[in-house]
Unconditional design. Structure first.
Length: 531
């Protein structure tokens, strides 16, 4: 059971993190729209709807939605094949309807079968990609669009060859801005008197300093001046007519066209898978270990894509880059995602000229730190210690995400995980006892001989619905194998959820190597069962 959370109770930290996500999302929305062959404002519209509407409807506390790099190739091809952007918008609207349907038939439950090592491998791989992709922007070399997550790039280069090309296109002003921005971002929360200014995020300070510095370079004709093609490039409507032209409506006259439906199904499937992967990743990053209703998330995404299409926006998903930036900035609730959407809406209407003064190098500095935190080498050591059955799928996912893309990487990791499970556990049955209980009862959960990640959904659901003030005995006396995912689930339940909901937990039969009893605190949940 989960407790209701007041969205305004953490406004201070959520506003700061929402501001950081806004700064990250702005160039990503523009870059993805440009790479998709769509109007630039379509990316902004998608970001606004994803932030405000999907942020409100979603039950995820950290996830942030918007236009996704993983859909750029699909969008670019679809706009060309369908012949007009308004016809493509009809396909996006239908994709939203399909996602809404998937939510109602509970297709989101598939996310429970994503192994933790695959999700962590995906995150580490994305961290490396973010870091490597931002190095060219940090040096003032921007041929690849912001938000590109693929190994092979539209400009004919790949992630590594682009780094070599940077040596011939160094812009000194961008390097200076990057170094100063990194310095601000790193020291802001380490100096005592600056800690009192938590409402002002380090990313905002870095952006303001970079704008002022570049204006100084321009005024004095310095060789360090950063030219316009290395700044944020938001279209600025000069008249009411131009502003009205931003809103493009779907052309419903093509609703019987088979090509439209094929595009709609493709977008719905890919967007739903990416969203579910991101939701699992967001839950892993949540320090409070809260779980998200993935079926509700598909409904929220479906409604978001319907509204985005009606306003002329790109299709959206829950996006790992923005979600990670949100988590690392200290977000506490989904209010930060809503704030980021509101900031996008207000700023593009009121201060587009100011936004167009932001150097891409500053935003690259923000993302360099995000990438580093995701790809921390400690995570590789962690899975190495867990053994080959955890390490191999982790590394396969990690490498495949870096050298191909997110979906191919996760697919490879899933295939390897399933092969391992089928090889070692196919002959063993899984038995799990679940009954209805009321507050104060003693609940027995007897684990079977073989508990793999395929049992994660049932165990997660059971632990999540245990009543307050209950007493729980989790018995592994007859268990031969327990997947790492299940151990982590039980450990997180015992350390976080049980304490919050006053649930007393007793673990029986777990091997010392599992280290479930060693929580770093004195055991407080041991009790005697009265027969």
């Amino acid at each position: 059971m989960t407790k209701k959370i007041n969205l305004l109770s953490n406004l201070k930290s959520d506003f700061a993190s929402g501001l950081v996500v806004f700064l990250v999302a702005l160039p990503l929305c523009l870059g993805i729209a440009m790479a998709s062959g769509a109007p630039l404002f379509s990316g902004i519209i998608s970001g606004i709807v994803g932030g405000i509407l999907v942020g409100y409807l979603s039950k995820s506390h950290l996830s942030v939605s918007g236009p996704a790099a993983g859909l750029t190739a699909i969008v670019l091809t679809a706009i060309t094949d369908l012949g007009a952007f308004n016809v493509f918008l009809l396909a996006v609207l239908l994709a939203g309807v399909l996602q809404l349907t998937l939510g109602f038939i509970k297709a989101g439950s598939i996310s429970n079968y994503f192994p933790t090592n695959v999700i962590e491998g995906m995150l580490a791989g994305i961290g490396v990609i973010i870091f490597l992709k931002q190095i060219p922007h940090a040096f003032g070399y921007d041929p690849d669009y912001e938000g590109d997550m693929g190994f092979l790039q539209p400009d004919g280069q790949n992630t590594f060859s682009e780094l070599i090309s940077v040596l011939n296109h160094v812009q000194l002003g961008s390097i200076v801005i990057t170094i100063i921005s990194l310095f601000i971002l790193i020291i802001w929360n380490k100096i005592e008197f600056l800690k009192q200014l938590k409402l002002v995020p380090a990313a905002l300070v870095a952006v303001m300093v970079s704008i002022i510095l570049n204006e100084f370079f321009i005024q004095f004709g310095s060789a360090l001046e950063i030219p316009k093609d290395h700044l944020v490039s938001l279209p600025v409507p000069t008249s009411l007519l131009e502003f009205k032209s931003i809103i493009v409506l779907p052309d419903f006259s093509f609703i019987a066209n088979p090509k439209v439906w094929i595009v709609a199904i493709t977008i719905a499937v890919v967007a739903s898978i990416e969203t579910l992967l991101c939701i699992e990743a967001a839950d892993r990053m949540d320090v409070q270990k809260r779980y998200t209703d993935t079926n509700n998330e598909l409904k929220a995404q479906g409604i978001g894509n319907i509204i985005s299409a009606l306003l002329g926006g790109l299709p959206m998903t829950s996006v790992v880059v923005r979600t990670t930036a949100n988590a690392t900035a200290g977000a506490k609730s989904k209010m930060s995602a809503i704030i980021h959407g509101l900031l996008l809406l207000v700023s593009v209407i009121t201060i587009p000229l100011v936004l167009n003064k932001i150097p891409l190098a500053t935003l690259a500095a923000v993302l360099l730190l995000v990438g580093y935190k995701l790809a921390n080498p400690k995570i590789i050591k962690y899975f190495w210690v867990k053994g080959k059955y955890q390490f191999t799928p982790f590394m396969a996912t990690f490498a495949a995400v870096v050298f191909t893309d997110l979906l191919k990487g996760v697919a490879l990791g899933m295939i390897i995980s399933v092969i391992f499970v089928l090889k070692g556990n196919m002959k063993r049955a899984y038995l799990f006892r679940k009954e209805a209980y009321t507050d104060g009862d003693v609940i027995h959960i007897d684990l079977a001989q073989e508990v793999s990640f395929l049992n994660k959904a049932a165990i997660k659901t059971t632990l999540n619905t245990i009543p307050y003030n209950s007493k729980v005995i989790i018995n592994a006396s007859d268990t031969v194998y327990i997947a790492h995912d299940i151990l982590e689930l039980i450990k997180e339940f015992k350390k976080v959820r049980a304490k919050e909901n006053n649930i007393k937990v007793k673990l029986v039969g777990f091997k010392e190597a599992y280290d479930l009893l060693n929580t770093g605190e004195e055991e407080k949940h041991v009790f005697i069962e009265h027969k």
